[in-house]
Design a protein around this ligand. Structure first.
Ligand code: DHB
Length: 465
């Protein structure tokens, strides 16, 4: 049942002047015992690969297998296709990838608000990761029927989808997922991947509240788009602009969370490129802060060098065309605080993250001891093994897993959805463990992804060359 039925393909032509012919296989169940219609995938292959053709130097055996996901806000991420006008979709990414000679596999993944017909929750953590692994296993299972190189699988995603990509990259064949994969009838194959592309991954959730306060402590006004309701019938979710002041309670919690993060960073034994220790002092300053600021400096310098103008109000200190310093407080005031305290495991259980950690019956649970202790509502706390399993960093010190060799991580220098420290820790921990990491914080870029597909594909071509 898990063999691809190749009689089901259809040939398509991408419209436009450099239209590309491709073959597609749609709506393929990738597990034997699906619990939701979302557990299907679409495969798109440059038509040339069925006629011994070459695209961009690749042939049917060497073409990378590119697996972008559409997960956002830890909501379900449906399978995608070229020309998809609905939400969420990365249709343009698929089209560009096909033109570039990649085989594209878009798998639908369960998400936190998914319900069964009898109103049970069927998309809570770790469902999104289980499904992605099952889809990867399906592709491997059918490697003789699908063009593309299964030893060159590259995942891609943004935000919660970036976290999906990161955790998949870290947790190849991790034992934790076996019972879940068995239960849905996933193919018995490896789910390891070659490389992970992660845009602004919202991950390391149990340390993200602390990181946010390490960054924004003392900035007591927040500016946010407040989530009103989920989109219906392919529409984006509805948000409203709001602004507010942190309460006295929130300011106190902010101080405490900041201290927690300082301890966390100091426990990691991270090193910079020259092997020097990265740490934080009790007031939040120190070599780790300088290291984070250096990424912002590099970002601003790159923008200057490419002719972009800095506004002058963001605390970037420039002398004769060289960025010589960052006034951190000024910089953070310019990008502004977005979230209240705690930023992720909120005390009213209203945020996406506690909702991710609910179970079949319970909508939302706290996932940190801190928020459980300070909660404003009657609440349960999620199983700590589950919380750890969703965190890509858990697997770095786990010898039983197959971690992706190559990493590309991008986090915009104007992103306020999570602290800069979070992607910096991911990139640095990977580098320190010997993996190949391409990390940057592009100037002026807010919380978003796939904005530099040319550079992404250049990176993929280089690592697959
Ligand atoms: C996303 C953004 C967030 O700010 C968050 O807390 C979780 C997910 C997202 O865009 O996927």
């Amino acid at each position: 049942m898990l063999k691809l039925d190749v009689s089901r393909y259809t040939d398509q032509i991408l419209s436009g002047e450099n239209g590309l012919a491709y073959r597609e296989f749609r709506d393929i169940p990738y597990v034997e015992k699906p619990v939701s219609d979302i557990q299907k995938l679409n495969i798109f292959v440059p038509l040339a690969y069925f006629h011994d053709g070459i695209v961009n130097g690749y042939d049917k055996d060497t073409a990378p297998t590119f697996m972008p996901n559409t997960v956002g806000g830890y909501m379900p991420g449906p399978r995608d296709y070229p020309g998809n006008k609905g939400y969420p979709s990365n249709s343009k990414t698929i089209i560009e990838a096909l033109k570039h000679g990649y085989v594209v596999v878009s798998a639908g993944l369960r998400g936190r608000n998914l319900k069964s017909s009898d109103d049970k929750n069927i998309g809570k953590a770790p469902a999104f990761l289980v499904d992605m692994k099952a889809a990867i296993r399906y592709v491997r299972h059918n490697q003789n029927l699908i063009p593309g190189n299964v030893e060159r699988i590259i995942t891609n995603g943004t935000s919660a989808g970036g976290a999906t990509s990161a955790t998949i990259g870290m947790s190849g064949n991790a034992e934790y997922f076996e019972p879940y994969l068995e239960k849905i009838g996933a193919a018995n194959e490896s789910d390891a991947i070659y490389a992970a592309s992660c845009y602004c991954p919202i991950h390391n959730l149990e340390n993200a509240d602390g990181a946010y306060e390490w960054e924004f402590n003392g900035i007591n006004t927040w500016y946010s788009k407040v989530f009103i309701r989920d989109g219906k019938n392919g529409e984006p979710p509805v948000f409203e602009d709001r602004k507010g002041e942190l309460s006295v309670e929130e300011r106190k919690l902010s101080d405490e969370l900041k201290q927690q993060f300082i301890e966390y960073v100091n426990s990691l034994n991270l090193k910079d490129d020259s092997g020097s220790n990265l740490s934080l002092n009790g007031d939040g300053t120190g070599s780790f802060l300088n290291y984070v600021k250096d990424f912002i400096k590099q970002s601003a310098q790159k923008a200057l060098d490419s002719g972009q103008k800095l506004s002058g109000s963001e605390g970037i200190e420039v002398e004769s065309g060289k960025v010589v310093g960052v006034d951190w407080i000024k910089y953070l005031h310019s990008i502004t605080r977005m979230k209240t305290v705690p930023a992720f495991d909120d005390l009213d259980l209203k945020n996406p993250e506690p909702n991710l950690f609910g179970d079949e019956e319970i909508e939302s649970k706290h996932f940190t001891k801190f928020s459980q202790e300070h909660s404003h509502v009657t609440s349960k706390v999620a199983d700590s093994t589950l919380v750890e399993a969703v965190n890509p960093l858990t697997y770095l010190s786990n010898r039983g897993v197959d971690t992706a060799k190559y990493w590309r991580i991008r986090h915009g220098a104007s992103d306020r959805d999570t602290s800069f420290a979070i992607p910096v820790i991911l990139a640095t921990a990977l580098k320190n463990s010997g993996y190949k990491v391409d990390f940057a914080m592009p100037w002026g870029v807010p919380h978003s992804g796939d904005y530099d597909l040319r550079d992404l594909f250049t990176w993929i071509d280089k690592i697959c060359g």
